[in-house]
Design a protein around this ligand. Structure first.
Ligand SMILES: N[C@@H](CCC(=O)N[C@@H](CS)C(=O)NCC(=O)O)C(=O)O
Length: 188
């Protein structure tokens, strides 16, 4: 049986859970707190990671692609959509880094590089806001990646989308998707 290791608050894990729930495959979630686990069993020291027999995958992108293909679905065939997916990943990498640095006691407003990371977050939000909205019930993996990323930013209060009507619209559309709703991070 497929085992997905991760936390219920991670946006990367959330996307993997969405793909697995849509797949019809047999799988289980193994909850894992990466910060308290000395030897989590993955070289990245990050979640998610996946085990399926001999197959071991260490990144949400390879995991979502694997799950889609194993269940006869497709993973983002077009370069433009893939780029939007990559932009959402870059947004998340920067925003999560800032979140973890701040939590570890670093003043992120007093450092040139962390200020650059913050600027990166704002610029990517503006860029992602330019994309046309999908129809309800027809989200592809680029849409899901942007939606889980923006939802995580709201959940952790890391950035505002008040000036980004399309991103607000995307969350509204994703909010009509029962699996997106079911995978929402727990409140506490
Ligand atoms: N590129 C990775 C990013 C995964 C990632 O950043 N995971 C976060 C949780 S949301 C993590 O485990 N961070 C722990 C750390 O950086 O120490 C993926 O797509 O799976």
């Amino acid at each position: 049986m497929i085992k997905l290791f991760g936390s219920l608050t991670s946006p990367f894990v959330r996307h993997c859970r969405i793909a697995l729930m849509q797949s019809g495959l047999e799988w289980e979630m193994v909850e894992l707190d990466i910060h308290t686990n000395e030897d989590p069993g993955t070289p990245t020291l990050r979640v998610p990671f996946l085990e399926d027999g001999d197959v071991k995958l260490t990144d949400s992108t390879s995991i979502v692609k694997y799950v889609r293909e194993k269940s006869g679905q497709v993973f983002i065939p077009g370069a433009k959509d893939l780029d939007r997916y990559c932009l959402a990943n870059t947004l998340l990498d920067a925003a999560i880094n800032l979140f973890l640095l701040e939590r570890s006691g670093i003043d992120i407003s007093a450092n040139k590089y962390t200020c650059r990371q913050q600027k990166r977050v704002e610029m990517i939000l503006s860029e992602l806001d330019l994309a046309p909205l999908p129809q309800a019930g027809h989200l592809d993996d680029a849409d899901y990646r942007v939606a889980v990323g923006v939802a995580w930013g709201q959940f952790r209060n890391r950035f505002s989308i008040d000036a980004h009507a399309n991103l607000q619209g995307l969350l509204e559309i994703a909010g009509k998707d029962p699996i997106f709703v079911e995978t929402k991070p727990p409140e506490s």
